[in-house]
Design a protein around this ligand. Structure first.
Ligand SMILES: [Zn+2]
Length: 484
């Protein structure tokens, strides 16, 4: 159903104007986006996922992400950070800024408490701002229970391995699902099978599991359920298979609830996750860092990342460079070399976290991207030196990959942890025009073939702060290129 009437045309025009001015999107892409916004149904405009919408908008995933991030900044969209249960895909908590994301996920549906990581458990979606198009899904109070579950709670649920919506896994065992209104007792006639009865109150974020076993009951069992803060309260703790009347009432609040009857031996099947714009992807996104980088991570312990690749560069003999050409000229050379490195980093899906003196710290989602960027950098700096007519800038690069903690430091999104330390120290081992990578990087997807092509020497190195020796591979792409 297309209902153009709900669109605030002036607001939309103004927002599209701001988006046009904010970045260089081509006119065709902007027109496609505007057409989509004007013709899509409320459900399509709620919790939009740029990775899923990219095809429909005729954009790459990177372009769609950029457009939604810019659109969020200028007020066309609002951003929603969801803490997603890794098991069932329920959005356990939803906040409006990265800084407010908590460090743990407590899914009461799965009875699972895990440390939240930015790789799999934190995802961003976008709504068209209500000032532009009021969306009926913005008000869960007015939704049916089906819409509430599908569009609020299980938006990242994905599919089963057989390709069915994962939420249907629960639906097949559903005996009742509803909003229960204050001061009204709602009744549901159900037939119970041996197994478990799971009552869940989505407002209290709490549930109760009752055992159903023994001889079938011939009379109808009356189950009184009271919803309120905490887990539901019932008058029966043990139920028999057979007919039952569920009588559900709530306190003074309207509460969404579900009642499932799971067979005794049932377990959650595997879930195929849908692509999500994760917290890790955004921290590794230059546009996000530019527009939203001042979001302060409030969690004192930082936010966990299971796997990220860190690249450090530094200049060999920079003191001599300053001595030889003077501060002004050296500053210009260092500045120009940053430009060259930046191009190599962004063209390999990486982002610069910061520069430290003459050094650069960058991150990548995969080790192969970092290695490709490093090879690019050495080529770019060789070209740069060629235009100068002499070898003024000499680069040394180090790469390591692993877990890290995202933190806010000096008003900037930064990283902390042993992986970062090792990456910096591996960089310090590198000689002129050399890339030092750790075994973890060398063993990663596709890096082996780069090593095979370029050749590498390896050694066991001692690194400050690490008790074991670290296997390091030395790559010299310029020497390999000259030899070829
Ligand atoms: Zn769960």
């Amino acid at each position: 159903m297309i209902s153009v009437n709900r669109i605030k045309i002036d607001e939309l025009d103004a927002a599209m104007g701001r988006l046009r001015a904010s970045a260089t999107f081509d006119a065709g892409s902007l027109a496609t986006l505007e057409h989509f916004i004007c013709t899509a149904e409320d459900a399509q405009l709620y919790h939009m996922n740029p990775l899923v919408l990219a095809d429909e908008l005729g954009l790459t995933k990177a372009q769609a992400t950029e457009m939604f991030l810019q659109g969020g900044k200028i007020g066309l969209f609002t951003l929603h950070w969801g803490l997603v249960c890794p098991q069932c895909g329920d959005v356990v908590q939803s906040v409006n800024a990265l800084g407010k994301v908590g460090s743990h996920i407590d899914c009461r549906i799965c009875n699972l408490t895990v440390e939240a990581d930015l790789d799999d458990c934190v995802a961003v979606t976008f709504n068209v701002a209500d000032t532009v198009i009021p969306n009926r899904f913005s008000n869960p109070e007015l939704l049916s229970i089906e819409d509430y579950l599908s569009h609020h709670r299980f938006i990242h649920a994905g599919l089963t391995v057989d390709g069915k919506p994962y939420q249907k896994v629960f639906a097949q065992f559903l005996r009742a699902a509803d909003f229960v209104e204050p001061n009204i007792t709602k009744e549901y006639s159900v037939n119970l099978d041996a197994g478990w009865l799971r009552l869940f109150d989505y407002l209290a974020e709490d549930g109760l599991t009752l055992k159903i076993n023994g001889e079938p009951s011939l009379i109808c069992q009356s189950i009184e359920v009271e919803l309120g803060s905490g887990s539901p309260r019932v008058n029966h703790l043990n139920l028999s298979p057979g007919p039952a009347l569920l009588r559900i009432k709530t306190d003074s609040r309207r509460r969404p609830f579900t009642v499932n009857n799971f067979p005794t031996t049932w377990t959650l099947p595997a879930r195929v996750k849908q692509p999500m714009l994760t917290g890790k992807m955004l921290l590794n996104n230059a546009t996000f860092r530019e527009l939203y980088g001042s979001d302060v991570i409030e969690s004192a312990a930082g936010l966990r990342i299971k796997d990220l690749t860190f690249l450090f560069t530094d200049l060999k003999g920079s003191t001599e460079l300053y001595e030889k050409v003077g501060d002004m000229r050296a500053f210009q050379l260092v500045h120009d070399h940053f430009q060259a490195l930046s191009t190599s980093i962004t063209s390999n899906q990486g982002t610069i976290v910061k520069t430290i003196g003459d050094a650069v710290m960058a991150t990548f989602l995969t080790p192969i991207d970092a290695v490709n960027a490093a090879v690019d950098m050495l080529g770019a700096i060789a070209d740069f030196n060629r235009t100068l007519g002499r070898e003024e800038i000499i680069l040394k690069i180090g790469i390591h990959t692993g877990a890290a903690i995202a933190v806010t430091q000096n008003d900037r999104l930064d990283y902390f942890g042993q992986t970062v330390n090792v990456a910096a120290r591996v960089q310090a081992l590198a000689n002129a025009d050399e890339i030092c990578i750790t075994e973890e990087v060398a063993d990663s997807d596709s890096v082996g073939s780069v090593i095979n092509t370029l050749g590498a020497s390896t050694e066991q190195a001692r690194i400050k702060g690490i008790s074991d020796l670290v296997r390091v591979y030395r790559l010299k792409p310029l020497a390999s290129r000259r030899a070829a």
